[in-house]
Ligand binder design. Sequence first.
Ligand code: TXA
Ligand code: MG
Length: 326
Amino acid sequence: MRTERLAADSQGIARAASLLRSGRLVAFGTETVYGLGADATNAQAVASIFAAKRRPRFNPLICHYASAAAAFTDVTANALANELAGRFWPGPLTLVLPRRAESRVATLTTAGLASLAVRVPREPAAQALLEATARPLAAPSANRSGRMSPTTAAHVLAELDGCIAAVLDSGPACVGVESTVLDLTGSHPILLRPGGLEIEDIMTLTGPLGAPQPGDAVRAPGMLASHYAPLLPMRLDTDRVGPEEALLAFGPAVPGAAITFQLSSARDLTEAAARLFAGLRALDEEGTRLGLARIAVMPVPARGLGRAIVDRLIHAAAPRPDSEPK
Ligand code: TXA
Ligand code: MG
């Protein structure tokens, strides 16, 4: 299959919408990362997302909508959901809510759960695509399962060229880390994934957030230990590097690495989040080519967007399933 490269103009958006409506897969840019979209009401189309990503079927997908009103036709919103949506949508926030019995979203989308994750993205091209498609779009990040999320159309093509119908190129994703995921199905909101919306902002409305309990597989099915992983091993929180290492720097780079990628020399967390996945990809590619041993990462503070960055780094550094002793 040839993957069409579509510009994010009216013609490209119309083509992308028509492919999606006929059950094909189209990757598209959002403000967080690129998503791999399918018509969420078409079970076959949703099944092909799992196939293209090689994603385990127990890991549910987020549904994207053009507006909160559209999202709340598929889930039951409580008062807090309405408040959060009014304040932060469109934007990098995903809400997990009880799925409505009359929702036409395919059950495979939610991996059979009684809840559904919904989000209204801010990126104008994604908004236009959702309007033109007039269907909820199921869209996980457009990478192979377990790998780093794509923040450009080129990243998407590096892994999925020939496996999907098209990619809608809206330029680099400006936030750079995935949405913050909140579970609102219980009596108290639970943070399932720190992300592009700072929890300090969320907590001004919600108060303190709960955390998923260890082993709470039903609540956070996608939070597998190894995730967002480059090919090279990773070493975190370092203040020393050697010539066999690639360095992911935050602030003035410690000397001695073979190659360095600077997340933000001014230690700006917004800039660092936007550059995180591109940096990991660049070091992984160049470091592998040079035969380096690993990627060493300087400390990043776990506040604001730094929480999402540290979360992604810890997952990227976790032992890989295929490297564990048999
Ligand atoms: O920014 C984002 O959220 C991007 C863009 C494309 O919107 N999407 C994204 O999707 O990151 P994905 O599939 O890579 O991550 C979705 C996360 C997974 O960890 C999944 O397990 C969780 O959300 N999730 C989805 N539905 C859920 C549900 N009903 N209950 C609990 N967790 C859910
Ligand atoms: Mg993902």
